[in-house]
Design a protein around this ligand. Sequence first.
Ligand SMILES: NC(=O)c1ccc[n+]([C@@H]2O[C@H](COP(=O)([O-])OP(=O)(O)OC[C@H]3O[C@@H](n4cnc5c(N)ncnc54)[C@H](OP(=O)(O)O)[C@@H]3O)[C@@H](O)[C@H]2O)c1
Length: 184
Amino acid sequence: MSHDTPAGPGTALVTGATAGLGRELAEQLAARGHDLVLVARSAARLEEVAEELRAAHGTDVEVLVADLGDREQLRRVEERVLDPDRPLRVVVNNAGFGLKQRFLDNDVEDETAMLEVLVTAVMRLTHAALRAMRAGGGGRVLNVSSVAGFLPRGTYSAAKAYVTHLSRWANADGWTSPRPRRPT
Ligand SMILES: NC(=O)c1ccc[n+]([C@@H]2O[C@H](COP(=O)([O-])OP(=O)(O)OC[C@H]3O[C@@H](n4cnc5c(N)ncnc54)[C@H](OP(=O)(O)O)[C@@H]3O)[C@@H](O)[C@H]2O)c1
């Protein structure tokens, strides 16, 4: 989802930026001239990736250590996204994981923890990003979903279906201007 952005690439925040798709997205954003804010749980790995990207691309890289499954830590990331003094042009909600067992074999607390990262964190950071971008100079949000969201395969699929629908709706909604409340 996006709307017009001012000239220049600006700063991009990437969650789950230390491995897999997030690491690759961070690399590609740096190669396009974006400065970066990298989010993950491991401080050591974040510093390692930040140093690699600074050396390879001359990018300014900030690291933000946070477990997105923890509401207090997630709040710190939301505050960074909303900071009007350090606006973000791109927010990538990428961090995620699946559970190894089937639904009824998983502890329900593990199911809840997965939902917090795959759904709650993505929703809250999308809300923060769109608000900040609507108030500021525009921007883009990229939510990493999965083809699993199109299949009835457990709670991971259900969570990714949420991400796909949220993102499709936000992309089409014209969220850039406040709307009057719809009557109920
Ligand atoms: N791999 C696939 O085949 C595939 C296919 C379709 C969609 N996806 C989706 O693509 C995204 C990335 O998957 P991936 O396989 O590339 O992941 P990955 O290689 O396992 O890397 C996960 C990244 O997320 C971070 N992370 C995990 N839990 C976190 C948490 N609670 N809070 C903050 N950061 C967290 C990890 O760092 P720390 O451990 O240090 O926190 C790491 O940087 C996910 O949303 C996944 O569902 C993956």
